[in-house]
Design a protein around this ligand. Sequence first.
Ligand code: FMN
Length: 383
Amino acid sequence: MRDASAACAHRSPRTCYDYRMATLFDPFTLRGVTFRNRIALSPMCQYASEDGFANDWHLAHLGARAAGGCGLILTEATGVEARGRITPNCLGIWKDEHIEGLRRVTEFVKARGAKIGMQLAHAGVKASRHRPWDPVKGRHPTSNGYVPPDDGGWMPVGPSAIRFGQDGPVPEELSVAAVRAMPQVFAAAATRCVAAGFDLVELHFAHGYLGHSFLSPLMNKRTDAYGGPFDHRVSFLLETVKAVREAIPESMPLFVRMSCSDWVDDGWTIDDSVEAAKLVKRLGVDLIDCSSGGASRTAKIATGPGYQVPFAARIRKDADIATGAVGAISEPAQANGYIADGSCDLVFLGREMLRNPHWAYRAWSELKSDTKSPIATEYGWAV
Ligand SMILES: Cc1cc2nc3c(=O)[nH]c(=O)nc-3n(C[C@H](O)[C@H](O)[C@H](O)COP(=O)(O)O)c2cc1C
């Protein structure tokens, strides 16, 4: 354990809660939202939607993790426009008709004591893919086969006309006018998030999807104001942040999920991420959700328990902004350690939450030798 004052020495008074160690079960406040603990459900595609609508599956999936004790629930990558979905079965928020079904989910989640955020996304060149279990391809949709327009798919778009992977068409390069217009598409979706009762919004700028593909020199080969040097490649991010920040209330936190490294020489780096984090912080972003990869199929990713946590720690320290850590975090003591040693402010769990929606209660009983259970599941957690 580090000395408590040392853990906060690099933090400004605004972002340093106090000079004691935070733990996984301490509340955490950003703007007008207080999370009951530091445990977040990481965004995970469910491929369960028709025409972008939320349904009983989303209520059950997100609701179960809220009832299981998470402090924060994040939706899957949700398309800000129909062609921004990864698969034809991904969730969407591109029209007002989507709001009602989403409100049902937010009301249930909030009644269980959790906060809920929507991950706003555009899949860019990785759009229009099959679901993982469709008979035509591999395990993950971004490596899956392309769904052509005559089978319910569409033409993907991106910063450059560079195909990702072996199959599918060469994507359409967005015109400068189309790029300039896209932040307002995100802003309109964010306005619908407010109407649907979400507590916060996360912008998906990771994993090789549209936002990240503008940041990464591997995917962005433009020669105009949106490509080339770092300052140009971050323009789309900054314009999107500005537009969304203006569309949501002052009291509503705004997160950005970033791929903090492309894990490839000449790709986007952790140093770039620190600089980008400083810029978006000035524009009103409250937390960087630190993921990585997705821009290249040849990336050599050094996976292992907590392998992306050093990104969260570095950005938290050098950009002086709250961070979320994600990736191969599954043990309560491990998660608690990352909060206690100042690596991050929230811990995001993905696959472990698929295995056990009540992970937060498991963590409570392991770390506290106590039980703190939601109403109807109490007997499962009695010690
Ligand atoms: C089934 C599945 C779907 C995912 N969908 C998304 C997504 O919609 N948005 C996103 O940012 N990350 C997505 N991810 C990545 C997770 O949010 C998480 O970052 C990753 O799984 C690493 O965390 P873990 O080791 O706890 O699973 C997905 C992961 C899985 C397993």
